[in-house]
Design a protein around this ligand. Sequence first.
Ligand SMILES: *Cc1c(COP(=O)(O)O)cnc(C)c1O
Length: 410
Amino acid sequence: MNDVTARRGVDGGRSSPASRTTQLVHARSRSAIEAGLLNPPVHRASTILYDTVEDYIGRHSRLYDGVIYGLYGTETAFALAAAIAELERGHQTVITSSGTAAISLSLSAFLKAGDHLLVIDTAYRSTRRFCEEVLASYGVDVTYFPPDIGGAIDALIRPNTRMAFLETPGSLTFELADIGAITAVTRARGIVTALDNTWATPLLFRPIEHGVDISIAAATKYLSGHSDVMLGAMTAATEEIYKRLKDTAARWGNSASPDDCYLVHRGLRTLDVRLERHQRSALELIGWFEKQPEVRRLLYPALPSDPGHDIWKRDFNGASGLFGVSLEPMSASERAAFFNGLELFKMGASWGGFESLMVPAWPPPVRSCSPVDEGDLIRVHAGLESVGDLIGDLEAAFERLRAHLNAAKA
Ligand SMILES: *Cc1c(COP(=O)(O)O)cnc(C)c1O
């Protein structure tokens, strides 16, 4: 049986305060060090063998820190979990089959029939759907709250409120929430908090340092960075929460492929340099968008004019490459003229990979208690291409839109 404890820190134990860049480049799992490798070996297994009958009978006591059965992760998953836990400054991480699974498992771990759940109104659409289509049918009551609620969340807490689910910035609309103000209340009231941190990654925002209990990542996005993997991560602030998450993933039979864990681990090596470039290109594209008369507003907390800018400056180390653009409302044919000739910007769901994407925010954001911009919202992911080439593609798109408008007028 493989022991995967004592696997934290740069070079497997020396917990030096290395910069995040150095940490990403130098971190080696214990399995890598033992094998004389830089990167963790890919261990594919269902069956794990035991030397003694005593070890076999006692194997489940090692669910949390040992390799006991393929479903619960081999060394490859534990190595990735340790690397993410280190970045998040959490106790430990559970790797899941997708970001969506990390969200539904985090919620399932703490909620039961009769409980009340608070959910930020700007949560990712699938998160809302899980609450409405699954949790509601299991007898959990859901209340949405606006992202700017701060300490006023106190007024929404009921005797049976068990959990609060957060996401910042908001999905599609990019509002920032004051996480510290919210968790000051939830901690005092004994409410568990989970936060979807996919946009920022733990390099740019560390929820656990702001009082959150579970930090969630769709590793499918930036952590992987290459648009070829589905994976998720739930990082727990404490051992107690970690064990509960690990148990829940085991009960629901959720498992991550070792090959996909390896790919995400490999993606982590370059996360810092990729994010720097994503941010720089996003800012340059935004500067260009701002000058177009058809643009009503940019949605990106790193912009000084953004309503969330002060919180962003206080809490975040930077911004990633995903932002919103609110355009003057477009007809279907105008939208077709704008999007259908794009060459470098691709259209497709997901983001966080090397390639630039631009799509209409569709389906449009669903909100229960916070306003949605009246414009035609598009979502842009600034990829790793030359930004000059990307601007050329945008110039052509606006030219097509303008030509279409002029032709309609003539
Ligand atoms: C993509 C995404 C998810 C879901 O992740 P999958 O790996 O696609 O299941 C969850 N939250 C956010 C914010 C996302 O962008």
